[in-house]
Design a protein around this ligand. Structure first.
Ligand code: NDP
Length: 254
């Protein structure tokens, strides 16, 4: 599905763009005309994304980024802003662990919460500083999750980190509005990717799909409209929101 949103002349950084949703978001923004900077730890995979984007007629370049390392974050943001302005940040890098609350180790807690919450903060902070200094505002889209808004089993550090991202989004929106920087959280429901296809084909996966009011999983392209809305002038009066795109999963019957 196409959307009539024009991001030509804008420059967008997408973190966690080496796979999954980040890779998809980078292509959506490039198709809308933005110059895209793709960032993650696996630089080889980022180069593949850049090639895919240039085959689509878009412009992209790769910068290495580990969101758990502040020096790496600062270097990546500087590199992103070195040859063009930075107008849009899609703060998407994230990890999870699937374990009972009784079994999560301290190392697992730190890995998930540091990557998803602290990493999200460090990248958004560095990007917001650049956007403020440019003087023409910007849009930050934090990729949270419906698990930041409602509960499910065996993902406690992930849920805590994503709830933190939703609230951090509001704190940043409040403080950055005066610089015309909008900050919003996009909260996807269950989106089918290569990584989870096997689970959703299983009996437990099928049972989960039956609990989604629309009775289907999302596909990455189901997020395109919300992403482009929050990134573009179409969303110019939207800040501090948490937009769920989940087939109604959050309003499933108790
Ligand atoms: P993937 O595992 O496919 O992608 C995660 C991305 O994050 C990878 O590109 C990875 O790149 C990057 N990443 C992980 N750790 C770091 C780090 N320390 N520094 C920099 N980059 C890092 O997952 P998804 O595409 O499914 O998830 C993307 C986002 O969407 C996550 O925030 C996730 O929580 C969220 N989400 C996903 C849903 C889904 O159903 N798929 C639903 C709701 C939310 P690399 O390893 O190269 O560094």
């Amino acid at each position: 599905m196409g959307f009539d949103i024009d991001l030509s002349g804008r420059s967008a950084l997408v973190t966690g763009a080496s796979s999954g949703l980040g890779r998809h978001f980078a292509k959506v923004l490039a198709r809308a005309g933005a110059k895209v900077i793709v960032a993650a730890r696996r630089v080889g995979a980022l180069e593949d994304v850049c090639n895919e984007i240039s085959e689509l007629g878009g412009a992209a370049r790769a910068v290495p980024l580990d969101v758990n390392d502040q020096a790496s974050v600062e270097k990546a943001i500087e590199a992103a802003a070195s040859s063009s302005r930075l107008d849009i940040l899609v703060n998407n890098a994230g990890v999870t662990v699937t374990k009972s609350v009784l079994d999560v180790s301290e190392e697992e807690w730190d890995r998930v919460v540091d990557t998803n919450l602290k990493g999200n903060f460090l990248v958004a902070q560095a990007a917001a500083r650049i956007m403020k200094s440019q003087g023409s505002g910007g849009a930050i889209i934090n990729i949270a999750s419906i698990l930041g808004l409602r509960a499910a089993g065996h993902v406690s550090p992930y849920m805590a980190s994503k709830a933190g991202v939703v609230h951090l989004t509001k704190a940043m929106a409040l403080e950055l509005a005066r610089y015309n920087i909008r900050v919003n959280a996009l909260c996807p429901g269950y989106i089918e990717t290569e990584l989870n296809q096997d689970f959703f084909a299983s009996e437990a996966g099928q049972a989960l799909i039956r609990r989604i009011p629309q009775r289907r999983l999302g596909s990455p392209s189901d997020l395109d409209g919300a992403l482009l809305l929050l990134c573009s002038d179409a969303g110019s009066y939207i800040t501090g929101s948490a937009l769920a795109v989940d087939g109604g999963h959050l309003v499933s019957s108790l």
